[in-house]
Design a protein around this ligand. Structure first.
Ligand code: SF4
Length: 430
């Protein structure tokens, strides 16, 4: 199952493409961030298009008191005929007067606010002075010009880091927004291993946000937190290098790396994780019967591509044809590349037409891609998996490992079923 380390892809030449890309913008991250940070409000300063994107990405969720919204830039704002700052101040004052539960307000930049060069960092400073200390106002960009969809979370967390208090305490910090139930599982495992206290970025409430200092060590749970990683380093904190906690193997390696930092032997980790690890391996094995021997092609969307390819090739027996990521961060993704057996094309960025040509030429069994590319590929007889589902579904750590494998097995099973029930239809598509 496990490739020896010297066959890894760290030295594989990377195909770098900088053409047209097909991926959601960073505003999408608001959908999971607003669930995680329970007293935060995300105010997008954007157009009606941005508002529609958020509404449709949020799907059928209806809240009595939603925790995100859009301050719409009208034509007169875009034409510079109105003072957008004054309107923003009025909008924020109205919102905070109506919603005393809001403790953190994020002004989220968009393509239109960037194009008219609305300075949201100055607006955040001005509004913090007006509404602080009760409400902390910060800003980041979720614009499609600057960000792909998971980079919205990274930008949000990176914006938080400079505002966090200083500490000299030696503390472990988990970095990345996980669903509460998954975060609780991780905290429970770490406590059983003997590691405490553990802080989380982001915390669920403003008052629980961590302090940072030269004795803070942090473990990333999300592979797209490159800017947050840089911001934490600027505060003197140090990262624990490790593969990401996807699958039984990734979770074990991640826990062992954290344990080693605190002088705890790997045998202790093995002892604590024996039962959940066995459960995870059993659940993965069930899905792997569908996945084994199948070829997978990752288009660049979430920056989860390298850890997921590592999981699928090493624990589920799949073969990776191409693993493409929006940004390849050698430092953060290096431990993953070390574990992926040589063979797949490793690519960064996208030139969508060229990449689609490679998909058509190699005809993988499964292509992981954005929503906009999935339907055309399905129409050509190629099975697809929506990258965004991997971010919206709890997939980290042992208890979710079986679900993670199943997410990839499902489209293949559906396709087999269709082939059996309607053999002519699939042949026609192919
Ligand atoms: S930020 Fe840009 S890419 Fe995103 S919805 Fe708004 S206009 Fe579209």
């Amino acid at each position: 199952m496990n490739a020896p380390l010297d066959t890894g892809c760290r030295d594989t030449p990377v195909l770098r493409e900088r053409g047209q890309r097909e991926v959601f913008c960073g505003l999408t991250g608001i959908i999971w961030l607003h669930r995680k940070m329970q007293d935060a409000f995300f105010l997008v300063v954007g157009s009606r298009t941005c508002a529609h994107l958020l509404q449709s990405a949020a799907g059928v969720m209806i809240f009595a008191e939603p925790r995100f919204g859009t301050a719409i830039l009208e034509e007169k704002d875009l034409a510079g005929m109105a003072d957008a700052n004054a309107e923003l101040d009025r909008e924020v004052a109205r919102l905070l007067a109506r919603r005393p539960d809001i403790k953190q307000l994020f002004l989220v930049g968009s393509c239109p606010s960037e194009v008219i060069k609305l300075d949201l960092s100055r607006a955040a400073e001005r509004l913090s002075a007006q509404h602080g200390p009760k409400v902390r106002v910060l800003n980041y960009s979720g614009s499609g010009i600057e960000t792909t969809f998971t980079e919205g979370e990274d930008a949000c967390l990176a914006a938080l880091v400079p505002s966090l208090p200083e500490t000299q305490a030696r503390e472990l910090l988990l970095v990345g927004a996980l669903p509460d139930v998954v975060e609780d599982q991780a905290l429970d495992l770490l406590a059983q291993i003997g590691i405490s206290p553990v802080r989380c970025l982001p915390a669920r409430h403003a008052e629980d946000m961590p302090s940072i200092g030269p004795n803070t060590v942090y473990a990333l749970t999300q592979p797209f937190a490159g800017d947050t990683h840089a911001a934490l380093q600027r505060r003197g904190a140090r990262r624990i290098p490790a593969p990401f906690p996807f699958g039984a193997e990734g979770t074990t390696l991640w826990l062992k790396a954290v344990a080693a930092e605190f002088g705890i032997a790997p045998e202790k980790v093995d002892q604590v994780v024996a039962a959940p690890r066995a459960r995870a391996e059993k659940a993965i094995a069930a899905a792997a019967t569908t996945l084994r021997g199948k070829r997978i092609f990752f288009m660049p969307d979430s920056q989860l591509e390298l850890p997921l390819a590592r999981f699928l090739t090493r624990e589920c027996g799949m073969e990776a044809v191409e693993i493409s990521t929006p940004y390849l961060h050698a430092d953060l993704h290096g431990p993953e590349l070390d574990l992926i057996a040589k063979g797949p094309v490793i690519s960064e960025g996208q030139d969508v037409d060229l990449q689609l040509d490679r998909v058509r030429a190699t005809r993988p069994d499964l292509t992981v891609c954005g929503l906009g590319l999935a339907n055309p590929l399905e129409a050509e007889g190629l099975a697809t998996k929506w990258a965004i589902e991997l971010v919206f579904t709890p997939v980290h750590f042992y208890e979710q490992a079986g679900d993670l494998a199943s997410l990839f097995a499902r489209p293949l099973r559906r396709r087999d079923l269709l082939a059996r029930q309607h053999p002519n239809r699939l042949e026609a598509a192919e």
